[in-house]
Design a protein around this ligand. Structure first.
Ligand SMILES: *[C@@H]1O[C@H](CO)[C@@H](O)[C@H](O)[C@H]1NC(C)=O
Ligand SMILES: *[C@@H]1O[C@H](CO)[C@@H](O)[C@H](O)[C@H]1NC(C)=O
Ligand SMILES: *[C@@H]1O[C@H](CO)[C@@H](O)[C@H](O)[C@H]1NC(C)=O
Ligand SMILES: *[C@@H]1O[C@H](CO)[C@@H](O)[C@H](O)[C@H]1NC(C)=O
Ligand SMILES: *[C@@H]1O[C@H](CO)[C@@H](O)[C@H](O)[C@H]1NC(C)=O
Length: 446
């Protein structure tokens, strides 16, 4: 079969797969996105822009030329699919454009160059005021989008490999000049699907939609060593209407976290994360399985996370903020969680994470109103949980129900510790702290 025909068939098969209706009921799972995949009117292979999948050739220019060509079509006849054939495609960072599908074939690896000096710097995010790690700008992500609409980043389980080791070493040796790059960052974008891919060895956070709406993230494998610094799996930041499902994540920091900017910069920018669904996530890592925070200065609300299964994590569910953050965390429900191996089952804490400046505005106090944690079963958990508010602020409507946590092997589990919080607890093992009076609660908790 001539290669072009093979590629056409592969692309057609992928589109067909996405067009198939979901299997009929009988326990059919809810999915984030079941609409038809865009039938792109044109497709191009990155190989026809001079790229070589030999693992040696630097293909940054070829990716940029391909994307520029797609941008010139301006979405004509349904946009364009950019096909990345099997092979190892070494590249520096490149931008995406609107109305495109970046499609990684089975066996395609888009691999980041280790020449860190060639990575462009971009402005800090307005809601962070500076790079997250260091003052000033930050390195552009390997795959980057700004102000886009209608973008699919998908494939047949192809891989996006950040080769992050060089960056982790710079972090360890304290020789980083600026904040490390993400593997994929999309800013100010809407109607985005990221699916059916492997992300590995990100220099910093793996996947970072920020100031986005209508985002679907599904069927991903995200891998980074547990000792790789700050390799968060998926960080949803100041974004709305986001759905994440069916991902396996094993990484060096929080597996999934919901954020909305940092201290006074996040408060001033004022863009919350809201309308977030997270479900069917499994994984492991040294920090949180599922987190909200700690950067929540623009507010986080209307979050549902369910069917989470973590083994060997630091904290099963971690809701974290700090004095100086301001913002709010409201209407967050986490349910159907299984844990096997955790230092803490649950933490809700008002003293986590650093500040962008040497001093912070202590009158910017965060408020938590409504965090429900239901139907949790965990074993090999060292301590049940820590639920600690901030004096002078309000952490209320923290509701636990049917939360059953057991110790390591036959050891008994460490108790709940609470302070400056209120809420309710029903059917909780070990027995809950007095701050969560054992009542059915009122309002949010009922
Ligand atoms: C990416 O796009 C931005 C505009 O959104 C532009 O400023 C930047 O130069 C582009 N970077 C590269 C590497 O193409
Ligand atoms: C995708 O690749 C990952 C890593 O090799 C593997 O664990 C996963 O099962 C694959 N998924 C599919 C659907 O083939
Ligand atoms: C994820 O995989 C499932 C099962 O293969 C498929 O039905 C679903 O459409 C995929 N999701 C996306 C967004 O591609
Ligand atoms: C809480 O969030 C859920 C999920 O987004 C939403 O359906 C519900 O309407 C919200 N409740 C309130 C009172 O806003
Ligand atoms: C600290 O925050 C408060 C509340 O928003 C504000 O009124 C005050 O001006 C801020 N102080 C400084 C020094 O920025």
């Amino acid at each position: 079969m001539p290669p072009t025909l093979g590629l056409l068939l592969a692309a057609a098969a992928a589109v067909l797969l996405l067009l198939l209706p979901p299997p009929p009921s009988a326990g059919a799972q809810e999915t984030c996105w079941s609409g038809p995949a865009p039938r792109r009117g044109a497709w191009m292979s990155v190989a026809s822009f001079g790229a070589r999948g030999d693992g040696q050739t630097l293909n940054t220019g070829a990716f940029a030329r391909a994307v520029a060509r797609i941008a010139r079509r301006r979405g004509a006849r349904g946009g364009t699919l950019l096909y990345v054939p099997p092979g190892v495609w070494l590249t520096g960072p490149f931008n995406l454009t609107s109305h495109m599908t970046l499609f990684l074939a089975r066996g395609a690896i888009v691999r980041a160059t280790q020449d860190t000096s060639s990575w462009p710097l971009i402005d800090p995010l307005p809601s962070y005021g500076r790079g997250r790690e260091l003052p000033g700008g930050r390195y552009m992500s390997l795959i980057h989008g700004h102000g886009l609409q209608d973008v699919f980043i998908t494939g047949e389980n192809g891989t996006i490999d950040g080769q992050g080791g060089v960056w982790w070493d710079m972090w360890k040796k304290r020789t980083l000049p600026f904040t490390r790059p993400h593997l994929l960052e999309l800013m100010y974008s809407t109607d985005v699907v990221v699916s059916n891919l492997v992300f590995q060895d990100s220099p910093f956070w793996n996947i970072h939609p920020v100031y986005c709406s209508n985002v679907v993230i599904a069927n991903l494998t995200v891998l980074a060593p547990h000792d790789s610094p700050n390799t968060d799996g998926i960080d949803l930041d100041s974004s709305s209407n986001v759905c994440v499902e069916d991902c396996y994540i094993s990484a060096g920091d929080d597996l999934i976290s919901i954020k909305s900017g940092w201290d006074e910069y996040g408060v001033a920018f004022g863009r919350p994360s809201s309308g977030i669904t997270v479900r069917r996530i499994t994984g492991s890592g040294p920090f949180a399985g599922f987190a909200v925070g700690s950067e929540t200065s623009g507010g986080v609300e209307d979050v549902v996370a369910e069917h989470l299964s973590f083994s060997g994590v630091g904290v099963g569910v971690h809701v974290k903020t700090n004095s100086g953050r301001g913002g709010f965390i409201r209407n967050v429900t986490v349910s159907q969680v299984t844990l096997d191996g955790a230092r803490y089952g649950l933490r809700i804490a008002g003293d986590v994470g650093g500040h962008p400046g040497a001093s912070y505005n202590a009158s910017l106090l965060p408020v938590i109103d409504g965090v429900a944690v239901r139907n949790v079963w965990g074993r090999n958990v060292r301590q049940a949980g820590l639920i600690r508010g901030i004096r002078d602020s309000v952490f209320s409507n923290i509701c636990l129900s049917n939360v059953k946590l057991y110790g390591i092997g036959s050891d008994s589990i460490g108790p709940w510790r609470c302070r400056a919080v209120s809420g309710s607890a029903l059917d909780v093992q070990p027995s809950p702290c007095a701050e969560l009076a054992s009542t059915s609660g009122t309002g949010f908790c009922t």
